[in-house]
Design a protein around this ligand. Structure first.
Ligand SMILES: Nc1ncnc2c1ncn2[C@@H]1O[C@H](COP(=O)(O)OP(=O)(O)OP(=O)(O)O)[C@@H](O)[C@H]1O
Ligand SMILES: [Mg+2]
Length: 455
């Protein structure tokens, strides 16, 4: 099978797949100069026995969803999926036939930094779209849907949506180009459909109000000074659960598109490697590519993640984005932050981890000395690094309670199962979480002032 590839409004070549043994080939079109070859495809003709990471990065990771798409379109191979993605990651477009490719026009060149604030959009936390109607979101049980395949990968379901701020409507976009997507709540992870089950049976897959968690921590990251795209909660019309609407950081006024790569694909890895890379691998792999200012931001984000216990921080939850939409531009910067949450409030195995990838060989009980070790690899001086750790710990401890209190009562009083016989409010769960983080910070991250020896 062959698929024609368009990137940044230019036809760049053909990706093909053959079976027995499975292999993939990408061949550039003759008019693409070798200076313009894209990440991981360095030859005119490239061959691999797995799908090139740059394309693998676009494919949904949930196997049930993949199987549903394959079944509904009778797809028997891997690259056939590319033809059924809409609103794809960055500027990629895929066509079955050259004659299907529309007229490709050159677009104006835009520097990401010049339009960053407009792209990200602003909001005041908590952003809850109570007066918006949510229409035509694909039904189903929200965990699998053949209806739409947004070309942004990741495990969770996602749908492209249009946000109409005049009529206060959020509508499923399907194939229409859009600047927003929704991460819908997953009914299998929520309070629903659990009536006859014992808590012990489902607790490891129980992530109630996951998108509220994401809104809380995306917004906390914004307060800590990180670039974070607009995101807001919208209640499901049928369930007492919330979806998260997120603004795309790779779209400017819908039509201008910025390419980006997850750190995972940048390092040449495919989705299944995402938890196996280490923080040191990431630093060494991207050090040449990003500025020292961005490296400092990355250090701050790792410190922030460990403080909040972001057990799902893996190599697909960090990205690099090109500095402009120009075809030949190879300069990159750290992309805005996304998928920021704590796993510490759940019962999954990740709840014991403070990060999803190893820091100095550890996933938990990470000490300030481990963070100073990675600061050194990042060429960040010890005093600066220590001050960041101290400032962030203090800021988190002094602001988190108020951050939760800003949520409206109807969210704070949502109830989470704690055992077969007990449940707890959402705000109660975050209060327990704060105590736990406080103990962790005092034990591992903040240096106690040295005892004064008077003798
Ligand atoms: N605001 C955004 N704009 C553009 N691309 C985004 C944005 N947020 C996320 N992405 C891209 O979409 C991918 C999936 O997003 P995200 O990590 O939020 O989904 P997820 O399904 O929750 O992931 P996971 O598999 O880690 O649970 C990211 O790896 C990133 O490449
Ligand atoms: Mg993710």
């Amino acid at each position: 099978m062959k698929v024609h590839v368009v990137s940044k409004n230019r036809y760049i070549g053909i990706v093909s797949e053959s079976a027995d043994p499975q292999s993939f080939k990408f061949v550039y079109s003759d008019d693409v100069s070798s200076d313009d070859y894209i990440l991981g495809l360095h030859q005119k003709e490239n061959i691999s026995n797995y799908l090139f990471p740059i394309f693998d990065d676009l494919i949904p990771e949930n196997k049930d969803k993949l199987d549903a798409i394959k079944a509904s379109h009778s797809i028997k191979n891997t690259i056939g999926i590319l033809l059924h993605l809409d609103n794809i990651h960055g500027s990629f477009e895929f066509y079955r036939d050259v004659k299907d490719i529309p007229q490709l026009n050159n677009q104006g060149i835009i520097q990401f930094n010049d339009v960053k604030f407009e792209i990200l959009g602003d909001y005041a936390y908590p952003e809850i779209l109570d007066d918006y109607n949510l229409v035509e979101l694909p039904e189903n049980n929200y965990s699998t849907s053949e209806n739409t395949t947004l070309g942004l990968s990741g495990y969770q379901e996602k749908h492209a949506v249009l946000k109409d701020d005049i009529n206060h409507v959020v509508t499923y976009a399907g194939k229409t180009q859009s600047e927003y997507f929704i991460k819908p709540f997953n009914i299998d992870f929520s309070n629903y459909n659990k009536a006859k089950m014992r808590f012990n049976t489902y607790k490891k897959h129980y992530y109630p109000y996951l998108l509220i968690n994401e809104h809380i921590f995306m917004s906390l990251a914004k307060d800590f000074g990180f670039d974070v795209p607009y995101n807001g909660l919208i209640k499901d019309p049928n369930y007492n659960e919330y979806h998260l609407i997120v603004k795309r950081f790779d779209r400017y006024r819908t039509t201008y598109k910025f390419d980006h790569h997850t750190v995972n694909s940048f390092l040449g890895n495919i989705a299944t490697d995402k938890y196996h890379t280490t923080v040191t691998d990431i630093i060494k792999g991207i050090q040449e590519k990003i500025s020292s200012d961005d490296m400092l931001v990355l250090f701050k984000f790792i410190v922030f993640s460990i403080i909040i216990s972001h057990g799902d921080l893996h190599a697909k939850n960090l990205s690099l984005i090109y500095c402009s939409n120009e075809f030949s531009d190879k300069k990159m910067r750290l992309a805005p932050m996304y998928d920021v949450l704590t796993t510490n409030i759940y019962h999954s195995s990740q709840n014991r981890n403070d990060i999803g990838i190893k820091v100095n060989n550890k996933l938990s009980n990470i000490r300030s000395s481990d963070l100073l070790y990675i600061a050194e690899i990042m060429n960040i001086n010890n005093i600066t690094a220590k001050k960041i750790i101290d400032d962030f710990c203090n800021k988190f401890l002094s602001s988190f309670e108020a951050h939760i209190n800003k949520l409206p009562d109807k969210i704070k009083t949502l109830r989470i199962k704690a055992s077969d016989y007990k449940d707890i409010t959402l705000s109660g769960r975050y209060a327990q979480y704060l105590n736990n983080r406080k103990a962790y910070i005092e034990k591992y991250l903040v240096e106690k002032p040295a005892e004064k020896n008077i003798f």
